[in-house]
Ligand binder design. Structure first.
Ligand code: HEM
Length: 172
């Protein structure tokens, strides 16, 4: 079975780690409406993680499309193959949309001035459209990630096709 190249495997697991950090931090930050200084400190880390996710994701996508030999063919021409292809396209769009809505929110809130000049962050950001979008998109991302994990477990444990092993280290 053809495996992903080491660089694609590393980037995949780096993305998993950073998306988990961004999700957990996001929920934590959203619940802080009174400790505003703490909220800003945590938002700085959340934003750095979010922007790194965007870079790592685009880098992985570029490597995959510029050097197809780095990645095994993901799908075949069965119905399941087409569904998997549509699912992956949706997942990619979703990740980029979560990052973009986060960046849009930081611009709308003028987060740079808040950090650089010590301006106060509004207690609630929920009236910003970009904030509402970010919230909705992160929920959709969680559903998509759950499907991804269930599909991987189904392939590995029920079909026993060692599909998950393609995204791990070892003999290429
Ligand atoms: C894949 C990347 C990201 C994930 C998974 C993520 C996740 C989250 C989650 C789950 C929330 C809480 C939403 C809620 O339930 O109300 C949140 C809030 C937030 N995120 Fe992100 N985020 C990501 C990227 C970004 C980026 C790139 C930025 C900015 C450049 C950003 C800025 C914010 C801000 C400002 C909040 C608002 C917190 C509040 O309302 O108090 N996020 N994020």
């Amino acid at each position: 079975m053809k495996c992903y190249s080491t660089v694609l495997v590393v980037l995949h697991w780096v993305l998993v780690l950073f998306v988990m950090i961004a999700l957990f931090m996001g929920f934590d930050i959203a619940s802080l409406s009174h400790e505003l200084d703490l909220k800003v400190d945590r938002l700085v880390i959340h934003i750095i993680a979010g922007v790194l996710i965007g870079f790592a994701f685009l880098l992985r996508l570029a490597i995959k499309s510029l050097q197809p030999s780095n990645a095994p063919s993901q799908t075949n021409h069965s119905l399941a193959g087409w569904l998997a292809e549509a699912y992956y396209a949706g997942l990619y769009v979703l990740i980029l949309s979560v990052v973009t809505s986060g960046i849009a929110m930081s611009i709308e809130v003028d987060f740079l001035s808040i950090v650089a000049q010590g301006d106060t962050i509004p207690q609630e950001l929920t009236f910003f459209v970009s904030r509402q979008l970010h919230e909705l998109l992160t929920r959709l991302l969680m559903v998509a990630i759950s499907i991804h994990i269930l599909a991987a477990l189904y392939n590995q444990l029920i079909l026993k096709d060692r599909l998950v092993s393609r995204m791990w280290f070892g003999k290429r």
